[in-house]
Write a protein that binds this ligand. Structure first.
Ligand SMILES: [Zn+2]
Length: 294
């Protein structure tokens, strides 16, 4: 059976890479442009539209695969704020103020920071539960829906950001086309997304943490740059984001990979009372790009 066509080049000749139970279908690579993507959608958990029944099934899958440790997630909240602050600093390298749109803003944590720093902060979020939380915050404006339904006229924004959203979309190419329309000339797009060209994917294969049921696209520096350029953006910078993690999260991740040192480390840091301490890593398995609409 043929795979889905390539979103980047339109090619219809993709090569099978691997089956992974944590993905929604087989992982394939386009023979023409090298884009790695999920070549078949069994459930289709993409963010193309909101469907409560599908969200329920996704949550069920994630629970069954034991991908989320809720206790760890709750305790990591203070660290998440530092992650948001780091993202804001990156945006401010390219643009200091103006109208900012975050696509997939979830509960609005980043937008609140951006508003405090002087941006006019807008967000789009299709999930009605999280978008309702975001809409309760003063100083930010959230549209509860998808990019395709959003009501903004052309050239509405100075900067548009997508943090770990591109890989969830039905068509990244279509999204970038729409973002180009929504940015004013000279406006900036910022994207953070997993990096398939990382050593981590080569080392861990199907155990790589970026393989989850609602990830469909896995870009590399080459394919992300091509997507931006073909969407008529000029690349300003491409790097790996700094990642701030607590020692507790780090040892938990190691433990999940069944690396025995993780269990020992967790025991040691608990004894020392160091769970809340953070370290800054620059993991190559995430890409951070900024580009301008000329
Ligand atoms: Zn292709």
């Amino acid at each position: 059976m043929p795979y889905l066509p390539c979103d980047l080049c339109g090619g219809t000749d993709a090569r099978f890479l691997m089956a992974c139970e944590r993905l929604d279908g087989p992982l394939v690579r386009c023979r023409q442009c090298g884009l790695v993507y999920v070549g078949e959608r069994r459930e289709d958990f993409t963010f193309s539209r909101f469907d409560p029944e599908r969200s329920r099934r996704l949550a069920e899958r994630v629970r069954a695969l034991e991908l989320v440790d809720e206790e760890v997630e709750v305790r990591e909240a203070p660290v998440r704020e530092q992650v948001m602050a780091e993202r804001l600093r990156w945006v401010q390298r390219f643009i200091a103020s103006g109208r900012l749109l975050e696509i997939g803003c979830a509960d609005g944590a980043f937008l609140k920071l951006a508003a405090r720093a002087g941006f006019h902060a807008h967000g789009i979020e299709p999930d009605p539960v999280t978008s309702a939380v975001a809409r309760q915050c003063s100083n930010i404006v959230v549209f509860p829906g998808t990019l395709a339904d959003a009501p903004y006229p052309a050239a509405s924004f100075d900067v548009i950001v997508l943090f770990h959203v591109l890989e969830h979309l039905d068509s990244p190419r279509r999204a970038l086309h729409e973002i180009h329309r929504l940015l004013r000339p000279g406006g900036v797009i910022v994207i953070e997304t997993p990096n398939i060209a990382s050593l981590w994917f080569r080392l861990l294969g199907r155990r790589w943490r970026q393989f989850i049921p609602d990830h469909y696209y896995f870009f590399s520096p080459v394919t992300l740059t091509r997507l931006l350029e073909e969407s008529r953006f000029r690349l300003l910078a491409l790097t790996h984001p700094k990642r701030i993690v607590s020692l507790r999260l780090l040892s938990d991740r190691l433990r999940r990979l069944s690396i025995p040192a993780g269990r020992l480390l967790l025991r040691a840091i608990t004894r020392m009372g160091w769970e809340e301490r953070t370290v800054t890593l620059r993991l190559s398995d995430v890409l951070l790009a900024a580009a301008v609409k000329p």
